[in-house]
Design a protein around this ligand. Structure first.
Ligand SMILES: Cc1cc2nc3c(=O)[nH]c(=O)nc-3n(C[C@H](O)[C@H](O)[C@H](O)COP(=O)(O)O)c2cc1C
Length: 282
């Protein structure tokens, strides 16, 4: 089936906005609406008051948990924070992100390496994988489930914003949600009906992030400069970080913003928390 010209131009427009590129047209593509939706992804941080139906949430959990899972181990869980007092504790911890308080639904996506250990005990086998990969596999599974949830939600008109800031307070969130050993939060997720259309956030060009046969960063500096300027043309930053420390930059692009952001330690106690949850990270 040939996609309609409308869909083709939506695909091309989205790719241009996102990557500043025009890709060759691919003939004979079915289901391009889904590709357009992926290309037009945006995080939503403002929501209407419309309630998200419980039955719809169940459907979205089912879609999300249909994602691929390493060795079929199924090491991802979702915790809905429905109790207003628990929600308030989390919102108070992350006061600089008011969308955490305002979102109609707040979920916490967790890696769960506990169940496989319980299964090993239940079946009378030793668990011989107490090393970094145990943590890593559960993290990857949970991240894929999070991403699948976001895409499923967007297919039914919902908007989402992942919240890794909960990991700044992983121990408090863990206690609040009674996460046992070997279960840990990877991110929260705000969910609701978007109050605004949002915008496409430009990404680095594909020549920076896609490689063939060998890792190649030959054009990195020039590509980042080009990206900074393209992004500035589409969505300039409205404020600069840390002017007291770094001064006001004449040109303030993505790379300046990210370098300033990571000039501060972030979440440097997370490793300690993960170890306290029982993981051996060697
Ligand atoms: C794992 C993860 C954690 C994130 N954590 C936060 C967060 O704590 N607060 C927030 O406002 N946005 C958060 N975001 C959203 C990112 O800021 C957003 O994806 C990025 O700026 C690109 O914008 P886009 O999603 O609209 O394309 C997170 C996204 C991911 C994937």
């Amino acid at each position: 089936m040939k996609p309609s010209q409308d869909t083709q131009s939506q695909l091309q427009d989205s790719i241009r906005q996102r990557f500043g590129l025009t890709l060759a047209e691919v003939a004979g593509l079915p289901h391009t609406d889904e590709l357009v939706r992926l290309l037009q992804h945006r995080s939503h941080r403002a929501y209407t008051d419309r309630r998200v139906d419980d039955a719809l949430l169940q459907l979205l959990y089912a879609c999300a948990l249909s994602a691929p899972t390493k060795s079929d181990l199924q090491q991802a869980d979702i915790v809905r924070v429905a109790d207003p007092s628990k929600r308030q504790v989390i919102a108070d911890l992350i006061d600089d992100m008011p969308w955490v308080r305002a979102a109609p639904v707040f979920l916490v996506f967790c890696g769960n390496n506990r169940r496989i250990r319980q299964v090993s005990t239940l079946r009378g086998k030793s668990f011989a994988n107490d090393h970094l990969d145990a943590f890593f596999n559960a993290t990857v599974d949970a991240a894929i489930v999070l991403s699948t949830f976001i895409h499923a939600a967007s297919a039914v008109g919902l908007g989402c914003c992942p919240i890794s800031a909960i990991r700044d307070h992983a121990d408090v969130v863990s206690q609040l949600l009674e996460l046992p050993q070997w279960v840990f939060p990877i991110a929260g997720l705000c969910v609701g009906y978007p109050a605004e259309p949002g915008h496409i956030s430009p990404r680095l060009p594909l020549n920076v992030t896609v490689h063939t046969d060998r890792f190649d960063e030959g054009e990195l500096e020039r590509s980042i400069d080009d990206y900074d300027h393209r992004r500035h043309g589409q969505r300039p930053y409205t404020r600069q970080r840390d002017i007291e420390r770094f001064g006001a930059a004449e040109f303030y692009g993505w790379s300046e913003d990210k370098a300033r952001q990571y000039a501060h330690p972030q979440r440097d106690r997370f490793g300690r928390y993960v170890r306290a949850q029982g993981f051996n990270l060697d």
